[in-house]
Design a protein around this ligand. Structure first.
Ligand code: SAM
Ligand code: SF4
Length: 339
């Protein structure tokens, strides 16, 4: 039988398939000022009441508990995490946890021009910014907001602080923004950005996902190489990184592919997530969740919370079943889970 005591002594979170979990995504809010078409419906989102969100004290306590269990990487996400205007206060506290050696943020970039400096001072050094188009009108079509310029102001603010690398997350939807693949290739040749293509995934109930709309990474590579007239050079693979990384021989940037649909990386998955209302999800596509918030708010000691986490991680799903019989879409949207 699985020995919980032994596991917490060795400070490793392991699942029943032998994968070690050391990577935690924490969603700090389900709210967002964008309405990206692949993430949430245009109308009718119902937000959690503020009292349902974990407060910073609760998040920091969980971060310490996960660090005790061997987590070294934390990413703050949402919803739009910078909707919490004082996020730097949380960053400051998590950055001080010695075991957490890698603290990152995923943001739509809208509030970065105002907040980048305080986030940097608080200790944040890694930022991913979502940018689905290099054209203002197309950006509006993808995000349902006319905020292209504002996002670029945010990117420039991060750049001027010297934060590197700047990773730009791009979700391609066939027939909508896949014509921009060559432009993204040029961007990675001209600038030292890491352009990361994330395959469109079926999450939530209203994103209109069909497999035909997914642009597989292999196709993006072919399109890029044809457009640029040069081969992409593969970069070394590091452990459990989800992205396959490439560069052009004549550019400072990098291209990454997160091929969750066409080439799932579940065998190496080292992640779990906490939703903004304090539910632990062991897979993006989990149907079950473990309610950590109730434990926190009922006065449970750290040891009980640890035991609950260890148990949940042990049952981590072998992998997602997108495109296979038996696939069940999570009913929560990506913004409600924490992407
Ligand atoms: N609001 C922030 C942002 O957009 O960067 C953070 C949260 S967002 C849910 C995190 C990431 O999930 C973004 O890069 C977004 O592009 C991606 N995402 C959302 N819905 C997706 C979907 N259906 N398929 C693939 N990626 C998705
Ligand atoms: Fe908001 Fe990010 Fe979802 Fe876009 S992807 S709607 S920015 S949470």
């Amino acid at each position: 039988m699985h020995d919980l005591n032994n596991q917490s002594q060795t400070q490793v979170l392991r699942d029943s398939f032998g994968r070690v979990v050391n990577n935690l995504r924490i969603s700090v809010t389900d709210r967002c000022n964008f309405r990206c078409r692949y993430c949430m419906p245009e109308e009718g989102m119902v937000w959690l009441d503020k009292s349902e969100l974990l407060n910073y004290e609760e998040i920091v306590r969980l971060a310490h508990i996960f660090a005790d269990l061997g987590v070294t990487k934390v990413r703050l996400t949402g919803g739009e995490p910078l909707m919490r205007k004082d996020l730097y206060l949380l960053v400051e506290k998590i950055a001080r946890i010695g075991e957490i050696t890698d603290l990152a943020l995923t943001t739509n970039g809208f509030f970065l021009a105002e907040q980048a400096s305080s986030l940097f001072k608080a200790g944040l050094r890694r930022i991913n910014i979502s940018l689905d188009s290099l054209d203002a009108a197309k950006f509006k079509l993808m995000t349902r907001r006319d905020y292209y310029e504002k996002v670029w102001q945010g990117i420039e603010a991060v750049e001027s602080l010297g934060i590197r690398p700047i990773k730009l997350n791009v979700v391609l939807i066939r027939g909508v923004n896949d014509d921009e693949i060559p432009k993204f290739a040029q961007l990675a040749r001209m600038k030292s950005y890491v352009v990361r293509f994330i395959e469109f995934m079926p999450i939530g109930s209203d994103d209109g996902w069909t497999i035909e709309q997914v642009v597989p990474s292999s196709e993006v590579i072919r399109t890029m190489e044809r457009a640029v007239g040069k081969k992409l050079i593969p970069l070394e693979y590091h452990g459990s990184q989800p992205a396959d990384r490439y560069r052009f021989e004549d550019g400072p940037g990098e291209i990454g592919f997160i091929s969750s649909v066409s080439e799932p990386f579940c065998d190496h998955c080292n992640r779990v997530r906490i939703t903004s209302d304090g539910k632990l999800r062991t897979c993006l596509f989990s149907i079950d969740e473990t309610d950590l918030k109730s434990l926190l708010r009922s006065g449970a000691p750290d040891e009980d919370i640890k035991a609950s986490i260890v148990n949940a991680v042990w049952k981590k799903e072998e992998g997602h079943l997108i495109n296979r019989p038996g696939f069940v879409r999570p009913s929560r949207t990506m913004s409600q889970i924490g992407g």
